[in-house]
Unconditional design. Structure first.
Length: 185
């Protein structure tokens, strides 16, 4: 994205966030963009980014680390572009797990940016999650205690009705009639 200044966001976010929080969210979109592009460049020997750390190590579930290849990262980059556009032009709920994961990464990094700008973050980004996500099923991927919770063969999986969480389905539509960007499929 490589832009300067603060992104313009949809009105709903202007109501939720103060100017510092909006700035932190804008910085986070840029940083997550750099993280993903940096990791893609690192994997293929292209010098593109000075960001330390890899996107997958910072923001994706560790349990699937061996599955993060070029295809997954490229499709996550498409998801980031879609999510950033929706934050600016009219919010729509994430259409796939990939969009949920990059939105989660942006919000996490926004909290870090805000902490660096102002000190301890407010609860605005946490409070906003209910507006930005339909559910928080994707959060189960980050806690080892819930490994396998999406398996409908388990009692927990059957009772909770959590959809598949494995990277093989991250880019499939979560809802009928709401397609995923063709480059992310």
């Amino acid at each position: 994205m490589g832009q300067t200044g603060v992104m313009r966001f949809v009105e709903e976010l202007d109501r939720w966030l103060d100017p510092a929080e909006l700035s932190a969210l804008s910085n986070a979109v840029d940083a997550v963009d750099d993280f993903i592009l940096g990791e893609l460049a690192d994997r293929y020997g292209v010098e593109l980014s000075s960001m330390e750390g890899q996107f997958s190590m910072l923001y994706l579930p560790a349990r699937y680390h061996d599955q993060y290849d070029h295809g997954v990262l490229r499709r996550l980059y498409v998801c980031l572009t879609v999510v950033a556009g929706r934050l600016q032009d009219g919010w729509e709920l994430p259409r796939c797990r990939g969009e949920e994961l990059v939105l989660r990464a942006v919000l996490e990094h926004a909290e870090i940016c805000l902490d660096e700008l102002e000190g301890p973050p407010s609860t605005a980004f946490q409070d906003m999650r209910e507006f930005l996500f339909v559910d928080l099923d994707h959060e189960f991927m980050f806690d080892p205690r819930f490994d396998g919770i999406d398996d409908p063969e388990t009692v927990e999986g059957a009772q909770l009705g959590i959809g598949p969480l494995d990277p093989s389905v991250w880019f499939e539509p979560l809802y009928d009639g709401r397609p995923v960007h063709p480059m992310a499929e």
